[in-house]
Ligand binder design. Structure first.
Ligand SMILES: [Zn+2]
Length: 109
């Protein structure tokens, strides 16, 4: 797919991995907030609508995140206990390893 991420491995081969796709901006925003709340995050993650697949992706916009923004994202996640529990139970804490979390399984309540 054209909106896959493309990496070059040690051998110089191009490999692709699918970007996480979200059908609504709300789902993408939740994950973006989560990503932005990570203490080791350097660049801010934003949501955008893809012109190729017409779904939402999250990605870095090139701007560095500051402590205040990280804090705000963290508060948004932790202030929503139901959401937080569901994110954690879905294994979202391993999001970098897993690469994809099916948020459609999370109730929007
Ligand atoms: Zn796309």
């Amino acid at each position: 797919m054209e909106c896959d991420k493309i990496f070059e491995n040690e051998k110089g081969e191009l490999i692709t991995t699918p970007k996480r796709k979200f059908s609504t901006i709300d789902e993408a925003t939740i994950v973006a907030e989560y990503e932005n709340s990570k203490f080791d995050r350097t660049y801010k993650v934003v949501t955008y609508k893809c012109k190729i697949c017409y779904k939402y992706h999250i990605g870095r916009d090139g701007n560095k995140i500051n402590d205040k923004e990280r804090d705000n994202s963290s508060k948004k996640i932790s202030s929503n206990k139901i959401l937080k529990d569901k994110l954690w139970k879905s294994g979202i804490k391993n999001i970098k390893v897993v690469g994809f979390i099916d948020l459609s399984k999370i109730s929007k309540k």
